[in-house]
Write a protein that binds this ligand. Sequence first.
Ligand SMILES: C[S@@+](CC[C@H](N)C(=O)[O-])C[C@H]1O[C@@H](n2cnc3c(N)ncnc32)[C@H](O)[C@@H]1O
Length: 519
Amino acid sequence: MAEPDGPDESEPPSPVSPDRDPLLDVLRTKPARSGRTGQRPFGSLGDQIEVEKYDEQLAAKVADLKELFKGTISRDVLDKTRVFPSPAREFRHRAGPLAVRRPCAERQSEGISLELSMWDPVAKEHSLIHPTEVPIFSRPISVAMEVLRTLPIRVDPELGEGGDEQEWTCLDLADASKPTAWGRVIGHGLRSAQFHSTLSNELMVCLAYHDARLQNLKRGQPLPEEDDAAFENSTQGKRWMAAARELRSFLLQAMEAAGVQGAKVDVVGRWKRRRLAVERDFVQEAFKLEDGRTLVYKQPEGQFSNPNLPCEVNCLNWLCLQAKEARKDASASRGRRAGSQLLELHCGGGNNTVALAPYFESVQAVEINRTLAQAAEDNLKSNSITNTTIKRAASDKIDASITAGCDVILVDPPRAGLDAGTRQSVTQFDQILYISCNPLALKGDINHLGEGFEVVALAIFDMFPYTTHAECAVRIRRRRKAQVPRSPGRRKPLLFLLLVIGAVVMFLRRGGRLRCLAA
Ligand SMILES: C[S@@+](CC[C@H](N)C(=O)[O-])C[C@H]1O[C@@H](n2cnc3c(N)ncnc32)[C@H](O)[C@@H]1O
């Protein structure tokens, strides 16, 4: 879903109730808000989440999606759509970046020291996030959000409500008579916070900072206090690390108090071209697939990963089944070895790669983003995958040496769908697996393949509950020659050829008869 190093595309879209804003209305009537994706903009978490209506809302979403795919996917396949619901609460393992705000005087007096807010593109304002009222975040994330609000972190006065320049002191939690030093360090320049958790209760909190001095520095140019050009050894870096360790221990205590089992917390600080991590700048995800394997994934800070992990596991299980089907299909029509080599584009950190590799003899995986390509390499190693090569490249710029021999392709493009070059190369494959977080782009790309291909399986994963968004996946195969429906346009040249042949035969026969008469 994410552009390389671009904005995080895994943000929660605006919650909507199905009767107010059905998908089709959004897709058909709203102008494209993010480039050519035609998608509704991602938005804030309001007060419209109705957990008790989850099933009803999902049913409406599925009906809308089936309606959308009518004419592109056969009736038979639509009827057999596999729908994978999400848990109705605590399903989101990513949140942010959420803007940090200084609370109004009234909230300060209630012990709130910072607020987290999100830009609401519908209301056109920042709306505050109260994780307890919006029960979609994983436990580690909601506990961390809640505790951050009350820790003595002193954010810059300019982040306050308009005109709220009032001074206030954040007192040390241990000694309520002393102002806290670590809270000042953590709060100084803090602009946003991002959260990333795992099913095994790991949590990474990433704090993004503004430092006016860095704006004008050239790449590689040090700050005055960076004696040996290393931020972590500068006074500022050391002070931040000490403060971040304090913060981490408060977060860990809060997890324990909330009964979050086996919690592990990391805190990362990010400035322009500078980054510090208390321990690690990634989380390690682990889960079990239906084929019995337990997979482990390193997910680097600030990079793409699917936000709804239960849905992600369903998606991987479905892909493994479809990989088997694609191979069976390919070998039935083209011989035993057909379908044994996979080309995967947009492999990211290797989520699908690691899951699918054992289902093929070899895999070539392509990713444009350097950090993700490296994470994919690491993930292959930690899962003992040896039949896969990762190539860092743009999907439309890969040469024949990579694609040679591959006859199954998997694509998982960003929200905009396939670019023109990749669309073209996909048509060379007999078996196509396509995962998409944008049904509209998926539909366009399937239609572009034309009549030579057919969708044979469709799955809907409810990756973004309470919104109009969903993740869809399809298996597409090239039709066998006899199955390709002839369009009237294609019949015309054939008809013409038959007429010409008929005329020539008639002419020859008449010529022969004349010669006979002359003899
Ligand atoms: C929706 S994500 C999927 C990532 C991965 N398959 C996963 O499940 O984690 C799309 C991925 O495509 C990558 N990407 C975007 N444009 C690309 C391009 N032109 N060529 C190759 N990869 C690209 C992004 O960096 C991102 O990792």
